[in-house]
Design a binder for this molecule. Structure first.
Ligand code: GH3
Ligand code: MG
Ligand code: MG
Length: 306
């Protein structure tokens, strides 16, 4: 899970020694919001609730060893990206290796020196922030601000697997601007870009559920992932998408079929429990949606087909 530390980062201290907690709090309270837990159980609840930007972790906790807790956090996609720094008085041979093998990014030995604690924490927060920005950059389409094709592919693979496991339906829609070549030829590529951006915003405004993912799939084509959505529920939303574009009343090229810019949509659904109608893989779901888009185009455009 991505966390944001653009403002004051959330720092979680997990330690059962109140003197250590106080020392860490004193060293770090000026750069972040500090929360603390005195055992692993309490820590897991806080992590779930607040998703900290960084964790300072004691090795010996009353209910679990930190070297067991850390790999657990690293194995969970929701917490894997949170940097963990061990706080320890262990200095024996091989301990350093254990810490890094457990997935920690660093460790600080006791006695604690506030300036060292601060410097190391700031270094790892800066790394985490840079990684987060890079991840956003890699998954975002610069022109529209929507998620991009890579994000679509990654997310669809995850959603496909999850839909199978949970026996839930999953709908994928491919949405294409109609006769966009004519628009570009008539008004030029800059106006073309403007049109793509306006359509992207209009579509994004129609998406209400946080789990639904609208992406820019290619030039003038968008793709939408609708988890846990049967075809008949998707249909209402897809019709709303068609309407939202048409209502923008973007004047189309004089040689286009319609006066205003419209969209065509093709979609497909992984539906349960009718296993015989299901797809082998996520890519097949996309291919069928693309085929349905072609049918929409052949059916006069400005419509959706399943
Ligand atoms: P159809 O209704 O059958 O889809 O016809 P079409 O003219 O839209 O055909 P097609 O989808 O093949 O063409 C899309 C055009 O979109 C091709 C290209 O000139 C234009 N295009 C693709 N990406 C961009 C972009 O980023 N900006 C602009 N301005 N135009 C783009
Ligand atoms: Mg302890
Ligand atoms: Mg097109």
């Amino acid at each position: 899970m991505l966390t944001s530390n653009a403002g004051r980062p959330d720092i979680l201290i997990i330690d059962d020694d109140s003197a250590v907690i106080m020392a860490l709090h004193k060293a770090l309270s000026k750069i972040g919001r500090i929360r603390f837990a005195s055992d692993a159980k309490q820590a897991l609840l806080l992590i779930q609730e607040h998703c900290p930007n960084l964790i300072l972790l004691d090795v010996e906790l009353p209910d679990m060893n930190g070297l067991v807790l850390c790999p657990q956090l690293k194995a969970d996609p929701d917490t894997a990206d949170i940097p963990v720094i061990f706080i320890t008085s262990h200095t024996e041979d091989g301990f350093e290796e254990k810490v890094f093998n457990a997935g920690a990014c660093d460790y600080i030995t006791k006695p604690l020196h506030p300036r060292v604690v601060l410097a190391r924490t700031q270094t790892h927060l800066a790394h985490q922030h840079a990684e987060q920005l890079l991840d956003e950059l890699v998954h975002t389409d610069k022109m529209t601000g929507l998620a991009n094709r890579s994000d679509f592919i990654e997310r669809l693979q995850v959603e496909f697997k999850q839909a199978r496991q949970r026996q839930e339906s999953l709908t994928v829609a491919v949405i294409d601007i109609d006769e966009f070549k004519k628009y570009n030829d008539q008004f030029g590529p800059l106006k073309g870009d403007e049109c793509i951006k306006r359509i992207a915003s209009a579509l994004a405004e129609c998406i209400q559920r946080p789990e639904d993912r609208l992406t820019r799939y290619g030039g003038a084509t968008f793709a939408l992932i609708l988890p846990n959505t049967p075809a008949k529920d998707a249909e209402k939303l897809l019709q709303a998408l068609l309407n939202s574009a048409e209502q923008l009343k973007i004047t189309h090229a004089p040689n286009a079929t319609r006066q205003f810019v419209t969209l065509s949509i093709g979609y497909s659904t992984l539906s349960h429990p009718q296993a015989d109608s299901d797809f082998d893989n996520w890519w097949a779901l996309v291919k069928v949606a693309e085929h349905a888009l072609e049918e929409s185009k052949q059916n006069g455009r400005n419509c959706h087909r399943y």
